[in-house]
Design a protein around this ligand. Structure first.
Ligand code: NDP
Length: 292
């Protein structure tokens, strides 16, 4: 077993991004600029947004955060998005999910100008991705593609089973792995909670991408020896043993699956760190006008 080391790859790629950000500053006279909107006080969301902002500063981007209470109305939020859309000094805009129940995430996603949609959730970007056109690829799948590429993982002709079909991870991941490109050219099976015989299907996989949101869901008896394992899951549990007061677990039973695998991403230290790189790369591409 070998680790697909998100810490190593993300640090390496962030150095490259920092060098390119310096180039943007030299030519545009300003830094690439990412704006985040955070609604409410969800612990996980707070951590993710803080990490995104911190990483922006690290690579020489400007970052701005707008915070709202849970009580913010949908209209207020949409108006703020309109204002940021019009600001030519902003390259990327993300709204951290989940949102409170009274706000429709679809409306919010579609309201963001697709040319600033560095999360890659807007239907225009997803449609362009389907057609292999330049676009912002959703940050987590983008990060996974980068780590596969870095370790030169063979994908052509392989059986790839994606577990989970969310709009932000599983579905775009399945499209990317099936594209006529590298990484890609896999025979992809997209599975979900209504899939029958999941274990038998996953046992056929050369590459497993687990994005379910259930601790240790993928167990060793579901894994073919030598499979490549990408664990997207981030499951937080409170812990008295850590400084932060919680501990993170993946969707894969790492301890028992790792010895059977050829390559595997750890949690933490895997896909989560690569997601940030995906976001930074999209923001940089936006600032440089590489996509639109
Ligand atoms: P969602 O809750 O949106 O989707 C979960 C998917 O898992 C659904 O498609 C669901 O099926 C499927 N599922 C649930 N139970 C089963 C089951 N028993 N068998 C098969 N499929 C099942 O989650 P996300 O995609 O947003 O996130 C998944 C995980 O990844 C979470 O832990 C999340 O925290 C993490 N995550 C990590 C990121 C990172 O940067 N590392 C980024 C984003 C997410 P159905 O559609 O039928 O309900």
């Amino acid at each position: 077993m070998q680790l697909l080391d998100g810490k190593y790859v993300s640090e390496k790629l962030k150095e490259e991004i920092a060098a390119e950000a310096a180039g943007v500053l030299a030519t545009l006279g300003r830094k690439p600029h990412l704006v985040a909107i955070l609604v409410g006080n969800d612990g996980g969301s707070e951590t993710y947004v803080a990490s995104k902002m911190r990483n922006c500063e690290k690579v020489g981007f400007k970052s701005s955060l707008f915070r709202y209470d849970d009580s913010v109305t949908e209209n207020e939020l949409l108006e703020k998005i309109d204002e940021i859309n019009k600001d030519s000094g902003v390259d990327g805009l993300i709204v951290q999910l989940p949102l409170p129940k009274h706000i429709d995430p679809e409306k919010v996603t579609e309201r963001i100008d697709y040319r600033k949609d560095v999360d890659g959730f807007h239907p225009v970007n997803l449609g362009r991705m389907m057609r292999n056109l330049p676009c912002f690829i959703p940050a987590t799948p983008y990060g996974i593609m980068m780590i596969l590429e870095e370790y030169k993982i063979e994908t052509a002709g392989k059986n790839c089973v994606v577990i989970g079909r969310s709009n932000i991870v599983g579905s775009p991941m399945s499209i990317l792995m099936a594209r006529n490109a590298y990484p890609g050219n896999c025979t992809v099976t997209l599975t979900h909670s209504r899939t029958q015989n999941l274990k038998e299907i996953v046992l056929q996989a050369d590459i497993i991408i687990a994005a379910i949101g259930k601790k240790n869901f993928v167990t060793a008896d579901m894994v073919k020896p030598g499979a490549v394992i990408i664990d997207v899951g981030i499951n937080r549990e409170t812990s008295e043993k850590t400084k932060s007061g919680y501990k993170l677990y993946g969707d894969v039973d790492f301890e028992n699956v790792a010895p059977k695998s050829s390559w595997i991403t750890p949690v933490p230290g895997g896909v989560g760190l690569m997601t940030i790189v995906g976001l930074l790369k999209n923001t940089l591409a936006s600032a440089r006008g590489n996509i639109y």
